[in-house]
Design a protein around this ligand. Structure first.
Ligand code: KET
Length: 453
């Protein structure tokens, strides 16, 4: 069991204690003891006339979003950003989906639309349609009114609200996240007031799932622990369990009362089908048990900057779901009061209209297919160069990313010499690649692996 504990607080402390403890550790990371004590000294204790913030150290850039900042500063005409998971066209341009343009036009043409505050839980129709999208139109949980859904600020906000809700109201305060996982997960859950531990997920030697390790670690987790699961297209590894493996995970988790918290940031991006990508979640709903799911429309509708997502909590009974929702409102109100209206309205227009919905699924499939074709092209380009090593994982992995296996030194060489930007763990966003840029990337990979860095 990997007991990498991001928050050493005991499960008996209150959420606010844990939050303060987490903040302290956050603030003290990379600083010396003197500076730490000065953070909590009297605000006027700095040099006379100097800034009360003078003691602050420069914080590092975010491991993912910082890559874009570095990329933007590079004047090279051949630079390539494969850092952030954001879809680009064959021309390397960001894409606004056609259905999104149509939905926005509809919204603008509708003069009856107003800009009043939404309720704390967001746009009601959006919430209903989002639950249907992820759980399935015929979901028994929806039919029985056992699901509460709240609009949140994209996937991140949904995870944060869900995390804070669990820290306040769930009896277990430890969440297990896969090793590795999206870099924001440990921070979100620690600051939400949970203790974060990891479970084995990826085996670098096979570049596949460490299924045995996963079962052992979840099997050894304390009864009732929360488990963060990537619904599909695991980030950063691109490695998902098979449906048979999901079934084993489900049985094990239910037998130990482990609480599933699904992060669904890529529905439709893994297989190209919205329903197929939601299957693992629906398996857990079908057994009648409880779970949380955070949905993001950033990638699958290309609504990144609109910050539109949803948190659904599936409960065992309708009256419980109602009380859960009332408590979610108490989490949300002091955090950001209520969510924005525009992005959720776009999603609601698309999900409610059969034609727009069908058009969306085609556009989504086209994005997923382009990524798959990039995998094939990169794999072929490396083969053509005779690049040493087994690169089949490029075509086997699923979703937006390839976890290349390149080490931080190799990544840094590729950035310096080839102006190719990616996260230091060797993850590349296949969606940032095009037929034109594949040869450049293949040249760079070939160069670094033959250099023995
Ligand atoms: N979960 C996962 C697994 C994830 O990869 C992301 C974003 C999110 C949630 C949150 O997305 P949101 O935009 O809040 O809906 N990942 C990409 C962008 C980022 O890091 O913010 C990325 O990994 O590049």
């Amino acid at each position: 069991m990997n007991t990498n504990d991001f928050s050493s607080s005991s499960s008996s402390s209150s959420p606010s204690d844990r939050r303060i403890g987490a903040l302290l550790r956050h603030l003290t990371a990379g600083t010396d003891a003197d500076r730490v004590s000065s953070v909590f000294a009297s605000p006027t204790s700095g040099v006379a006339g100097g800034s009360v913030f003078a003691h602050l150290v420069q914080a590092p850039e975010d491991a993912i979003l910082g890559v874009t900042i570095a990329y933007n500063k590079d004047p090279s005409p051949i630079k390539l950003n494969l850092g952030v998971g954001a879809y680009r066209t064959e021309e390397g341009k960001p894409l606004v989906l056609n259905v999104v343009r149509k939905a926005e036009q509809q919204l603008i043409n509708d003069r009856s639309r107003i800009k009043e505050y939404l309720p704390i839980v967001g746009l009601g129709e959006f919430n209903k349609l989002s639950a249907k999208l992820i759980l399935g139109a015929d979901s028994p949980a929806i039919r029985e009114n056992r699901v509460t859904t709240v609009e949140c600020l994209s996937g991140t906000g949904s995870l944060r609200v869900g995390g804070e809700f669990l820290a306040r109201h769930y009896h277990q305060k430890t969440i297990y996240i896969p090793q590795p996982t999206w870099g924001n997960h440990p921070k979100i859950f620690t600051l939400a007031g949970l203790s974060v531990k990891t479970y084995r997920y990826y085996d670098p030697s096979t570049r596949g799932l460490n299924f045995q390790g996963l079962l052992e670690d979840l099997g050894a987790a304390p009864q009732g622990s929360i488990v963060l699961l990537h619904a599909c297209a695991h980030n950063p590894t691109g490695v998902d369990p098979t449906l048979e493996q999901w079934e084993q995970i489900r049985k094990l988790m239910r037998s130990k009362g482990l609480m599933p918290f699904f992060d669904s940031a890529y529905q439709g991006f893994a297989s190209g089908s919205l329903d197929t990508d939601a299957k693992p979640i629906r398996m857990f709903v079908a057994d009648g048990g409880e779970l949380l799911v955070a949905q993001s429309y950033a990638k699958n509708m290309g609504l990144y900057g609109e910050r539109v997502g949803a948190l659904s909590i599936v409960c065992k009974a309708a009256d419980v779901a109602g009380r859960v929702e009332s408590q979610l409102k108490l989490v949300i109100r002091p955090m950001y009061s209520n969510p924005p209206i525009h992005g959720a309205s776009i999603v609601a227009v698309i999900l409610r209209d059969r034609n727009l919905f069908n058009e969306w699924t085609l556009e989504l499939k086209a994005m997923a297919d382009r990524i798959i074709s990039m995998r094939k092209q990169l794999f072929e380009a490396l083969r053509a160069r005779g690049t040493p090593g087994d690169w089949t994982h490029i075509i086997k992995q699923i979703g937006m990313f390839t976890f290349t296996g390149l080490n931080p030194a190799q990544v840094s060489y590729m950035t310096k010499e080839y102006h190719i930007y990616m996260t230091s763990d060797g993850r590349i966003s296949m969606a940032g690649l095009s037929s034109k840029t594949v040869p450049h990337l293949a040249d760079a990979i070939h160069a670094v692996v033959t250099k023995a860095l």
